[in-house]
Design a protein around this ligand. Structure first.
Ligand code: UD1
Ligand code: MG
Length: 456
């Protein structure tokens, strides 16, 4: 059975009070629509059509790299039925699944149940839910045999119908050919003057098709985002789900309510994560990795036994096994640390390799550098990598010792086992094994006295 998916995303989202189209607002760093599309793709549809309208260029641009998408324009928002009709030229045969671009957290399994409810194109599958406060939603009207016979929108519903607690989530799976025919029969003579997609349910019943309702395992699977409050609520649910999955897989979380994963987090065994950490992009943590409180990691790989002390910020960086980082360390793009490296407080490392067992422990900037093994970089060392136009390389060979407050004016090389004196400005090669320093000679003026205030 071929599967077609139509995602409705033409609505404006007035209540977001934002210039960003609603479906581009993020949950876990990914647009609402992105969540829907990812779930849709997991069902392997033949066609994936997005109906867009408001902020169309912005929406399309945000997904420009997703070439499997088909875009259908709805110039005027005349209702959900009208929206689906804009997508029909792009779909053919089998079953069409209709999703909303602002309902991000539906489980794939729930949609599989919904598709199964079509009994191979013989029936309509409808995702409904039972809510204690159903106000605002379309209500599911059933006959005395409990068969679904139609949907009535809240604004068109009688008092008795408004008392129904079973609501339409909006998601449905419909035999495509039938859908096409029913859409052409829709009229807009209702309270909102819109073409309601929901009216096809009564048409299905008229034509003798069963309407099989299935429910999601959790209410939030069918919850949409209309305002910032709902956006935040779904964000928390999403994060809670991820925290649960991590703990189930053996990760220790100091507080599952205080972790945010905006991407993917791969991990080994015996990983522990303290409170208020944020993970973005793809992060990989080896075995026995310990992450202190308040760390932010984006596209980072930490090998086994790495300890990240609190308040570190790492982006596009790699850290070798058993290295100790922080507190208050910053690893910027291209930082590649080997095993057993120590990076301490207020140290920034960018586009630099640091060899096995080397230490950069205090108040230092290392940028555009290659540091060998067993190097000790003293407090306050700066690689002067930028002359205002070009970036140049600093090379520090194995076992070198960089004295505190050394400026290494790149391009420059410090040879193996070399030492630089504290406070030096190194502009020429520092030869291997030697002490190199550039420092004004210290003098003492014997008998010097401080200036005195003149008495009047
Ligand atoms: C719709 C359903 C209602 C259901 C509710 C669930 C209809 C007539 N009603 O009502 O039964 O309980 O969703 O949330 O279907 N959209 C377009 N183009 C349009 C109109 C809407 O793309 O012309 C999109 C919106 O962006 C949104 C979705 O369709 O993603 C639903 O539209 P919305 O206006 O929220 O429908 P409701 O009135 O809430
Ligand atoms: Mg709605």
């Amino acid at each position: 059975m071929s599967l077609q998916i139509i995602v409705l995303a033409a609505g404006q989202g007035k209540r977001m009070h934002s210039s960003l189209p609603k479906v581009l607002h993020p949950i876990a760093g990914k647009p609402l629509l992105g969540h829907v599309l990812d779930t849709a793709r997991a069902l392997s549809p033949e066609k994936l059509v997005v109906v867009f309208g408001h902020g169309g260029d912005q929406v399309k641009a945000a997904f420009a790299d997703q070439v499997d998408l088909v875009w259908a324009h709805q110039a005027e928002q005349l209702g959900t039925g009208h929206a689906v009709r804009q997508a029909m030229p792009h779909v053919q045969g089998g079953v069409t699944l209709i999703l909303y671009g602002d309902v991000p957290l539906t489980r794939k399994e729930t949609l599989e149940h919904l598709l199964a409810a079509t009994q191979h194109c013989a029936a309509v599958g409808l995702l409904t839910d039972y809510l204690p406060e159903p106000a605002g939603y379309g209500r599911i009207v059933r006959d005395s045999d409990h068969r679904v016979i139609r949907i009535v929108e809240h604004k068109d519903a009688s008092e008795a119908e408004r008392a129904i607690s079973e609501i339409n989530t909006g998601m449905m799976a419909v035999p495509t050919a039938r859908l096409e025919a029913w859409l052409n029969e829709l009229r807009n003579d209702n309270a909102q003057g819109e073409y309601y997609l929901t009216d096809i349910i009564a048409l299905a019943v008229r034509d003798g098709l069963a309407v099989n309702a299935v429910q999601p395992a959790d209410h939030w699977e069918a919850e949409g985002v209309n305002n910032k409050l709902q956006l935040a609520q779904l964000e928390r649910i999403y994060q809670q789900n991820q925290a649960t999955a991590l703990m189930t897989a053996g990760v220790t979380l100091a507080d599952p309510a205080r972790i945010d994963i905006r991407g993917t987090l791969a991990h080994g065994q015996d990983v522990s994560i303290d409170v208020n950490c944020v993970f973005e992009g793809h992060v990989e943590l080896g075995n026995n990795v310990r992450i202190g409180a308040n760390c932010v990691l984006k596209n980072v790989k930490l090998a086994d036994n790495v300890v990240l002390h609190p308040f570190c910020h790492l982006e596009d960086a790699q850290v070798g096994a058993a290295s100790l980082i922080g507190p208050y360390a910053r690893l910027r793009p291209g930082a590649a640390l080997a095993e057993n490296v120590h990076v301490g407080n207020f140290v920034e490392i960018k586009k630099a390799e640091v060899g096995v067992g080397s230490k950069v422990n205090h108040l230092t900037y290392i940028g555009d550098a290659r540091i060998g093994k067993g190097v000790n970089v003293g407090a306050g060392t700066i690689t002067c990598n930028y002359d205002g136009v070009n970036k140049s390389l600093t090379v520090i060979e194995d076992d070198a010792f960089i004295g505190s407050n050394t400026c290494l004016v790149a391009p420059v090389t410090v040879g193996a086992g070399a030492t630089t004196g504290a406070g030096s400005v190194i502009t020429k090669p520092a030869p291997a094994g030697e002490l190199t320093l550039s420092r004004a000679k210290q003098v003492t003026l014997a008998g010097w006295v401080r200036p005195q205030k003149k008495s009047k």
